[in-house]
Design a protein around this ligand. Sequence first.
Ligand SMILES: [Zn+2]
Length: 200
Amino acid sequence: MSGEHSWDAPPSEGEPGEAPGSLRFIEEFVNSVELPDGEDHLGTVEDAVRWLTARHIDAEGLDETARAGLVDLREAFRDLLAANAGHPVPQETINMVMHRLNDIRLAVVITEQGAHAHPAPDEKGENVFLGTLAAAMITASVYGTWQRLKICRNDECRWAFYDRSKNGGRVWCSMQSCGCQSKSRAYRERKRTASVDAAG
Ligand SMILES: [Zn+2]
């Protein structure tokens, strides 16, 4: 257990648009690739070790199977967070995440500010990472911040973003890049349909 990172802290205000507290850990995990064909920080074993090490996770001995498992888990989290933007989540996805995280033991840490969950001290390597994800998810669910971490509705983007809007109704990571693009696409489609109708 180390006090070097802030992932185990209760939610605090982050930068605008960034998820608060430990939920940012999940946001960064999901955004470790830029879809559809951008850089993937978990793309090779070497990249994944670097990415985890930067987050104070001991990734020594991480192999290709473990790396591929992390990528599968990342995409399952992306599907899970899409629910917060109103998309249905397949039950297999929920089961898969539950199965991966249920094997990890969490410890309760008591401080002057109260209690929070943390990977058990004897968990090692990848399990510390999975435990940190589980603890962050529990904390965010309790604080009610989980529902605001969403996946952009643009199918080509699917970036995770934290919705700080008053009504919690944001569906695009950015209005400029995704919202407008989608609006103009819908406009073009409507126009095309209209002209087909007129021609028919
Ligand atoms: Zn987007």
